[in-house]
Structure formats: structure tokens, C-alpha cells
Design a protein around this ligand. Structure first.
Ligand code: CA
Length: 404
């Protein structure tokens, strides 16, 4: 069986960098979606893809266990790298790897990237997401239609590199000529529903066009995350190889979230930028003193009203914004307000706190919470805290087991 390949990765519209990586080489394919602060996720996904490429060249995996063996080695490589470099602590990555054999395909998988099979026009998902919400769905604690919009839908229960050991799912499937396989990061599946993915895969004959189309619809839907797709056509005919330059959008300057350097000088404390009208202008001598006093009084009143309005407006806006962060006791806390400080001033008010502390969470989640996670509503904030409490109680993710 020959393999026609299309592949593309894109930073998306909101992210600072691309922490996804993919491999498309001979008969070995993979998508890895890294996580960790300050582009550590980029390191984790690159280590994985590089390790797969190198090891596969030395000893090509012949069965799913051999393919899983490559992922175990990548797990160790990431974990060791993070152990020796504090700036990379907590980094990790998903990986969905696929090997095409003569009449079968082998899959090894950890995390929430996915593998799909399009056969005879119908699309089936081959992998299970290792996410908290997927587990809650399976345990009957959450409806699957609510899972798609859950604020913590991307919290992983398993990833490469965060623990010395990791459990890897494996499977093999018999392949048929005409099968089309898709590997993708959650930047596609969180933005585009399954029907639209199926439609895109059915409508494009060429695998590269299909890959391009999928990335385009993920970006058109908001492009909130890095998006990576690998499309494979199993055929006995001529083979299409992926383009060399598959990265797009890298040269376009993207406004960084939390980067206010451009607008900082525009911030003003109430009143600071308002003309005071108190310069000793010679013309003031011509104004009768009682009139001058009245003008001054009026200016002060206007100023007071403006400050009061600004204050009320800010209070109103902040009382309708919520985020989940930590309080002074390091407890997970729901705040109304915003996680950022403006001119060194915090605009937040605690609403509710959890029994869980920051150190109860696995390291890869601690940084997000420390910085504060914005949510759309108080209900979303409670849903997020529920999932964090679930995460803290997960025996697979006990933080004290993490570093020896
Ligand atoms: Ca992602």
C-alpha cells in the first residue's frame, strides 16, 4: 500500500507560538501538541517528533507495541530534560503516532490529539481523548454535549513527559485501499465539529488540499489554538508528498495576549491627564475672583463626577468578569475581576474558595492557575473549580509522585 500525504500546521490567530509538531516520514506519522509555559510545550512536542524520527530510522516499529516503545522513550527524554532545566518544569505533550504497514495500520496514542478514519464516506474516531471531561462523560458525570463547550475541555489526564511512567493506548486496524486517515491536534477538533471535518475530508480529492482546507476552516472558526493536521490516503496509485513549506502565518505579527507594551503609556490614573486649568495665566488677573472660585468649584465637581463614573463603570465591568486563581493561602479561588494588575493595582474580589491548594494540582496545571484563568460566567468558574478538584484527586496525577 502506498501513502499519499498532506500535512499542515498553523499557529492560529491567538497563540504566541506554535507548540504543535508533526512527523510525516515514509510510513511513520505523528501529531504532537505540547503544553507548558513560555514555549516549553514547543520543546516537548519537538523532542517527541525528533525522537520518533531518529528511533524509527534505526529500528522501524513493526507492531503497535514497538510504536508505543518509541513513545515511552520520548516520555523519558522529555521528563529528564525537564528535570535538568527548571524553566521547562511541567512541560509535556500529547502524541498520536501512526505506522502504515502492508495491510494494517498501528496507532500509539496519549492525550487529546486524535486519529480518524474516513472509509466509504463515513468518519470514525479511532482514539479516545485522555481528558478530564472525557472521563467525566464516561463516568456519567457530564453530558457529552456539555463536554464540547466545557471551559476545561483541554485538561489532560495523560501526557508524555510529565511523569516517569505513562500509559499509552495502542491499536491496530486492517486497512483498505481508499481509506483516508487523519491525525490532528485539538486546535482542529475544538474549533470544528465532526460533521464539518468529515465534509472537508470527503470534498477534497487531494490529501494536501484536504489538509489545507481543514486548517482554513479551523482558522475561520476562530483559530483559538495551534492547529495541525496530517491527512493520509492509502492507495496503490502514485503518491503525493507533502509540501516542504507547510507553516503559514508565522511571519504575521500577532498581538500577544497580556502584552500591553504598546498601550501602557495610554493608561491614565483618574484625573492625571485631565487639564487642571490652574496655570498662572496672566488672563486670570482679568477674571473677578468670585467668578474664578465658581469656575474652580465647577471643574472640581466635574472631575469628581468623572472619577465617580469611571469608578462605577470599572466596578460594574469587574463585577461581571470572573477568573479562577489562588488567594493568599494558596487556595484555588473564584474571583470577580481580572487576573492582571493595572499600574500595580489588583482589581479582584474573592467570591468562593476551594479546599484544593495550588500544590495539590499537577505541575502542568499550576502555572495556568497561578496566572489566573478567565471564564465567561460564574457558572463556568464553578465548573472549572470542579474539574480542578477532580484533577487534584486523580491518583494518576498525584503531584507528590511527580518529582523524586
Ligand atoms: Ca492544542
Amino acid at each position: 500500500m502506498k501513502v499519499g500525504v498532506g500535512a499542515r500546521t498553523d499557529v492560529g490567530l491567538l497563540r504566541e507560538g506554535n507548540e504543535d509538531a508533526y512527523l510525516a516520514e515514509d510510513v511513520l506519522f505523528a501529531v504532537a501538541d505540547g503544553m507548558g509555559g513560555h514555549l516549553a510545550g514547543d520543546v516537548a512536542s519537538s523532542i517527541t517528533v525528533d525522537a520518533l524520527r531518529e528511533r524509527a530510522a534505526e529500528e522501524p516499529p513493526a507492531d503497535p507495541d514497538a510504536l508505543a516503545g518509541l513513545l515511552y522513550r520520548a516520555n523519558t527524554a522529555i521528563f529528564e530534560r525537564a528535570r535538568h532545566d527548571p524553566s521547562l518544569h511541567g512541560m509535556g505533550t500529547t502524541c498520536t503516532a501512526l505506522m502504515i504497514g502492508a495491510e494494517e495500520a498501528h496507532i500509539a496514542h496519549v492525550g487529546d490529539s486524535r486519529a480518524y478514519l474516513l472509509r466509504n464516506g463515513s468518519l470514525s474516531q479511532l482514539t479516545q481523548d485522555h481528558t478530564l471531561v472525557n472521563r467525566m462523560v464516561q463516568e456519567g458525570k457530564l453530558r457529552s454535549e456539555d463536554a464540547e463547550r466545557h471551559p476545561q475541555r483541554s485538561v489532560l489526564t495523560r501526557a508524555l513527559g510529565v511523569d516517569p511512567e505513562v500509559k499509552i493506548d495502542t491499536q491496530s486496524l486492517d486497512t483498505k485501499e481508499g481509506d483516508r486517515l487523519l491525525l490532528c491536534s485539538d486546535g482542529l477538533t475544538s474549533m470544528v465539529d465532526t460533521d464539518s471535518i468529515a465534509e472537508a475530508l470527503r470534498s477534497e480529492k487531494d490529501p494536501q488540499s484536504a489538509a489545507d482546507h481543514l486548517v482554513e476552516i479551523a482558522i475561520a472558526a476562530g483559530g483559538e489554538d495551534n492547529v495541525t493536521v496530517v491527512v493520509l490516503d492509502l492507495t496503490t496509485e502514485g503518491v503525493v508528498v507533502p509540501r516542504e513549506d507547510t507553516e503559514v502565518g508565522a511571519g504575521i505579527p500577532i498581538a500577544r495576549s497580556g502584552d500591553f507594551s504598546g498601550s501602557e503609556s495610554g493608561f491614565q490614573q483618574p484625573g492625571v491627564g485631565i487639564p487642571q486649568g490652574r496655570t498662572r495665566a496672566s488672563t486670570s488677573e482679568a477674571v473677578p475672583s468670585h467668578k474664578r472660585e465658581r469656575t474652580l468649584l465647577l471643574s472640581a465637581l466635574v472631575l469628581l463626577v468623572l472619577v465617580a463614573l469611571a469608578y462605577a463603570g470599572t466596578r460594574f465591568a469587574l463585577s461581571n468578569s470572573y477568573f479562577v486563581g489562588v488567594n493568599d493561602d494558596r487556595r484555588i479561588t473564584i474571583f470577580s475581576g481580572i487576573p492582571e494588575r493595572i499600574l500595580g493595582i489588583a482589581f479582584r474580589e474573592p467570591k468562593d474558595q476551594s479546599y484544593v491548594t495550588l500544590s495539590d494540582l499537577p505541575p502542568f496545571k499550576q502555572e495556568d492557575v497561578r496566572e489566573g484563568i478567565r471564564v465567561d460566567s460564574l457558572a463556568d468558574a464553578h465548573a472549572l473549580v470542579d474539574s480542578l478538584e477532580e484533577l487534584a484527586s486523580d491518583p494518576e496525577l498525584k503531584p507528590n509522585r511527580r518529582r523524586s
